[in-house]
Design a protein around this ligand. Structure first.
Ligand SMILES: [Zn+2]
Length: 131
């Protein structure tokens, strides 16, 4: 089943084809970034114009390509937040690290928080979704 991602603000589909399309910006540089829709796959493609100014640990600002809303999570400013559509049509919150090179993704699955990436242990998952 294909994972469908939505902007939490305008609810536009962020992966109409395969990759999740977001806007990444840092220090006046702005460009598109493509992320894998597969949870735990941290491969991405980023505009060279932005890549030139980011290095390991740089916090990238992510925004929606449709409504331009800042996707920085209200739960934790170190993360960006989008929605993952689910079969019961109740979107799940999905948070991923804004730090370049940090592999940590959290998905709120109600009773449990699913985690992806080798850096998740650096974060206290209890705090994430207020459980
Ligand atoms: Zn949007």
């Amino acid at each position: 089943m294909k994972n469908l991602y939505l902007c939490p603000h305008c609810h536009s589909n962020l992966n109409p084809s395969v990759k999740i399309v977001l806007v990444a910006s840092h220090r006046q540089r702005k460009g598109l970034i493509l992320l894998s829709p597969q949870l735990g796959n941290f491969q991405f493609v980023i505009d060279d114009h932005v890549a030139e100014v980011v290095k390991a640990g740089t916090k990238v600002k992510f925004s929606c390509p449709v409504c331009a809303a800042d996707l920085t999570s209200g739960l934790n400013r170190d993360f960006a937040e989008i929605y993952l559509d689910s079969p019961d049509k109740k979107p799940r919150r999905m948070l991923f690290s804004r730090s370049f090179g940090t592999h940590a993704t959290f998905v709120d699955k109600g009773d449990v928080t699913a985690t992806y990436g080798e850096d998740v242990e650096d974060y206290d998952r209890i705090n994430f979704f207020g459980s």
